[in-house]
Write a protein of this length. Sequence first.
Length: 181
Amino acid sequence: MIFDEYSIKTLIRPVPDFPKPGIIFRDITPLYRSPRAMRMVADSLIQRYVESPITHIGAIDARGFLLGAVLAYELNKPLVLFRKPGKLPCDTLCESYETEYGEAQVEVHRDALKAGDQVLLLDDLIATGGTLLAAARLIKQLGAEIYEAAAIIDLPDLGGSRKMQNADIPTFTLCAFEADE
Ligand code: AMP
């Protein structure tokens, strides 16, 4: 199946003023309701990483878990969960960051990664980049490396993907929306 950016974008619904006035929320539930589109998204990521040297999939709470689990299964790699505070039961590391919506935190288990590990980080969307950059700091604190950060959607106007490139984190997204789209 050939990746068709146009048909993927038509399945991402813009919801103005959610969850706060001024924010256009990019709702991916129509995409997840389409088995054909989900297969197209998963297959393009699987093809991109199938022969890469990644050792782990890192998935961001919560929508990153959906793709993260599919990729971990298909690529036969361990799945590491980056979770909202208070969800992981054992010894954790925590990083704080700013989002479009306010202050947030992300946590990972201390024993989830070690030196030499190469992580493919996954989320559904890059906005300000705060979430992925915080997860990237956790990966580095554990001595591991980020192979690439990938998401379905980039919102380039919010500057996240540029911040990630500036931080030397290779970044890949399947489609992008400008603010007026
Ligand atoms: P950021 O850390 O600013 O890059 O935000 C990325 C995270 O917040 C992702 O986990 C997204 O699911 C969520 N997010 C941020 N902005 C939006 C948006 N406009 N539409 C949908 N999800 C968003």
